[in-house]
Ligand binder design. Structure first.
Ligand code: 13P
Ligand code: SF4
Length: 303
């Protein structure tokens, strides 16, 4: 049954000149059938490099939207339009306008986990993989970083010459991890290295042996001599870690680190999306062009 489904997906994908992209947080059954699996930045790069005319994004809404904004001529499909990162809406255009009114010299830096409206009013986008490099390269000293306060704090700590204005957004999955939870995990596995995504709270980040994006975490697990790892990011990443490093052990605090929006996707929805060529990401042209500037700047500065 599952083999038939996969065969049908592969056939449709070929017939319809479609590339399947998947984030490390989606279920492993989807990661297995994707052409490329990666973090947000890698997916944006792959969407842009793709020769295919249609992209099927297996991730949350902002990932599909970013692929469309960067590649307006391509058709971008998302298997469930309700798969939407709550943090993407944790700032507002009014907040940006107020900060700009108060500080004419500010750079508005928008984490890619954001709505298209926020991107359209920002100067540059970043992902967790390139935020440090990009913010460092900006000529402005004053930075308004939206929506994630924890990623903002992590970057601000490393750039003491910049003056950060923080926003109060957060990821409910990463922010649920407390220092007590980490201490308990460490007690169970004292030799384990602690790998942390920068969306975790500063107190948790302070306990990390390594902090980075999902692809950064995967690379670090390979470079490190450690054999055991406590992984403080979404549980889906364990699939790639265990596949790449079968001789190492990886643990997340159980249940807590599951993103309900990423888990809205499944193989049936992927198949239906290919069959129906829908749901498709449709964006108003003026809004797309406005948001494109911030994403294009990210791609330029990150390269
Ligand atoms: P990455 O930038 O590491 O892909 O993370 C995306 C995300 O949604 C984190 O919660
Ligand atoms: Fe959004 Fe958090 Fe889910 Fe990432 S893990 S998509 S930041 S809710």
């Amino acid at each position: 049954m599952i083999q038939e489904k996969i065969a049908r997906i592969n056939q449709l994908k070929k017939d319809q000149n479609t590339l399947i992209l998947a984030h490390y947080y989606v279920d492993e059954e989807i990661q297995k059938i994707a052409d490329f699996v990666g973090d947000s930045y890698y997916l944006a790069q792959m969407a842009t490099n793709a020769k295919e005319t249609t992209l099927l994004m297996c991730g949350v809404n902002f990932m599909a939207e970013s692929a469309k904004i960067l590649n307006p001529k391509k058709t971008v499909l998302l298997p469930d339009l309700n798969a939407d990162c709550p943090m993407a809406h944790m700032s507002s255009v009014d907040k940006i306008k107020n900060v700009r009114k108060k500080y004419s010299d500010v750079a508005v830096v928008c984490y890619v986990n954001s709505s298209i409206e926020l991107k359209a009013h920002s100067d540059v986008c970043v992902t967790s993989a390139n935020a440090l490099k990009i913010v460092k390269a900006l000529p402005q000293k004053r930075i308004y970083f939206i929506p994630d306060q924890n990623l903002a704090y992590f970057i601000a700590q490393q750039l003491p010459d910049k003056e950060f204005i923080f926003n109060d957004g957060f990821c409910h999955v990463h922010a649920a991890i407390t220092t007590e939870i980490v201490a308990k995990e460490k007690e169970k596995r004292p030799k384990a290295e602690i790998l942390v995504h920068p969306e975790c709270s500063p107190n948790v980040v302070a306990l990390a042996d390594y902090v980075g994006s999902t692809s950064g975490i995967i690379k670090q697990a390979g470079n490190s001599p450690a054999k055991e790892f406590i992984v403080l990011t979404e549980i889906g990443v364990l699939f790639e870690l265990r596949k790449r490093y079968p001789d190492k052990s990886f643990y997340t605090p159980t249940n807590l680190m599951t993103c309900p929006d990423m888990k809205k996707l499944n193989l049936d929805k992927v198949l239906q999306t290919l069959e129906n060529k829908s749901p498709e990401i449709i964006i108003n042209k003026a809004l797309l062009e406005q948001a494109k500037q911030a994403l294009d700047s990210m791609m330029d500065l990150a390269n």
